[in-house]
Design a protein around this ligand. Structure first.
Ligand code: PXG
Length: 463
């Protein structure tokens, strides 16, 4: 084989931007903006830093898209993929076949998951995993003779993915508008967002009240019609909504009382983000299904899936014949091999332990200090997830007018100053790779503070 020239080297940012805007339809992107402004072309990465095609170093405060838990540039993950691609690049698990990487990964995930989770169904993404969950739940209720239990309750601003069913499960208004007539079995209740919805109320009482909205919805629909409740332990894309500590206990009481299955969507909170393998362990949640993706491979290759608890797992695997569901890439061998290497790294190198014992408390203290900034109404964290709420008036906590797009401005200042911080409206979101050090947390917070100053100056000049 002759060595091929590096087809990606030697092109300018302007060249990539022109080719990009001609041919590449991006996810969640306004293409007229893209054509005008040009995409930011990211070329390489190492540790917690990404580098654009002009060589600028940017601290990745979002771990890619909440996924690069073990950090960039890990040769062991690359080696695991290479070795598996050489040995068996693809085979499926349909029709009574299997291969070692998928079997070993299912076993490993069962070992790490909370007690009672013994089985794993693989998908290619979090969206596909949540589609799988809908079918698992349906199948379960059919097999136990309660086929009318079909409705699923979710929450506003939840993010459960982008396929038609997963977007329907999610509670993103802008996505629903483009879906048109919605799949009609999903219902959304308000979220436990204390800063946004519970100002002036005792947080724990607010948590109970928001959980009771589930009970109200179940009673409205009829418990015999409701299959499941789905929730992210901590809502991520919806703005790092950390529920009051009363919330999940009450949700679980309600699920139990009305015999409703509980799905914990751990696509973001799984694999160490909260300092435990799963967010359910950190928040004391006992779900029936756990959705995972992202951090399982630290994003090096695409992989997702559902971890199936005993109640559903025993029925699905012992009754009713074939479960008519699966994806070509369910349990892709290279993705599974990378996941195994990644989980070894997260565990054996003490990365998750360090989050729990050291970096998360430090992150809480340092991000918390941004709460003193005149533009900030609240700065909150859990594990290595954080949100900084931008407000027009620090005294009354009044928000900015939506059309000012203050959050997007702040995000742009961040990018220009070497930091990725995402904007959800006017909530600035942070979720760095789990390997971030204290010194890098300092760097992140210093850059964020500078960008808050720049944003405040821009607001003053705009008003
Ligand atoms: N569940 C949760 C909780 C997620 O955060 C998905 C499911 C879907 O996963 P896939 O692999 O199908 O994308 C996600 C994905 C953002 C953002 O802007 C968040 C996600 C994806 C894209 C953007 O915060 N989360």
């Amino acid at each position: 084989m002759s060595a091929s020239p590096d087809r990606f080297a030697g092109h300018s940012a302007a060249d990539w931007q022109a080719r990009d805007s001609r041919h590449y339809l991006h996810p969640f992107t306004d293409h007229s903006d893209l054509t005008q402004q040009g995409a930011r072309i990211i070329e390489r990465a190492d540790g917690v830093y990404i580098y654009d095609v002009d060589g600028n170093q940017i601290l990745d405060g979002m771990a890619g898209l909440w996924c690069v838990n073990a950090g960039y540039g890990r040769q062991d993950l690359v080696d695991a993929a290479t070795k598996q691609l050489q040995q068996l690049p693809y085979y499926n698990s349909f029709f009574q076949t299997a291969h070692p990487p998928a079997i070993a990964l299912a076993e490993k995930i069962a070992e790490l998951a909370p007690e009672g989770f013994e089985r794993v169904f693989f998908a290619g993404s979090g969206s596909e995993a949540n589609d799988t969950n809908i079918k698992l739940v349906r199948r379960y209720w059919d097999l136990v003779g309660k086929p009318h239990k079909q409705h699923i309750i979710s929450r506003k601003n939840a993010y459960h993915g982008s396929t038609v069913a997963a977007a329907t499960l999610g509670g993103m208004g802008a996505m629903h508008e483009q879906l048109g007539p919605m799949v009609n079995f999903v219902h959304h209740i308000e979220q436990p967002y204390h800063f946004g919805l519970g100002q002036g109320q005792d947080a724990e009482a607010f948590g109970i009240a928001q959980a009771r909205l589930l009970e109200e919805k179940i009673l409205e629909l009829g418990a015999d019609q409701v299959a499941a409740f789905i929730g992210e332990p901590v809502q991520g894309a919806g703005g790092v909504v950390i529920p009051p500590s009363s919330y999940w206990g009450e949700i679980q009481r309600i699920c139990k009382q009305y015999d409703i299955l509980l799905i914990a969507d751990e696509v973001i909170t799984g694999f160490g983000r909260l300092g435990e393998w799963f967010g359910s362990q950190h928040l004391d949640i006992a779900p029936d299904l756990i959705t995972f993706a992202k951090g399982v491979t630290s994003g090096y290759l695409p992989l997702g899936g559902s971890i199936v608890g005993q109640r559903i797992g025993e029925v699905i695997s012992s009754e009713g014949g074939e479960f008519a569901h699966g994806y070509t890439y369910s349990g892709h061998p290279a993705a599974c091999a990378v996941a195994l290497a990644n989980l070894d790294a997260l565990g054996d190198e003490g990365i998750i332990d360090r989050v729990r014992e050291d970096t998360a408390p430090y992150f809480a203290e340092r991000i918390g200090s941004l709460g003193d900034h005149p533009l900030v109404g609240e700065a909150r964290t859990i594990g290595l997830m954080g949100a900084v709420e931008l407000v027009a008036d620090k005294g009354s906590l009044e928000r900015f007018h939506k059309d000012l797009n203050v959050g997007s401005r702040c995000r742009n200042f961040c990018f220009e100053n070497g930091l990725v911080m995402r904007a959800v409206g006017d909530s600035m979101i942070i979720a760095p790779p789990l390997v971030i050090t204290r010194a890098q947390v300092d760097e992140l917070v210093e850059k964020a503070a500078r960008c808050l100053d720049l944003t405040a100056a821009w607001v003053a000049s705009a008003s």
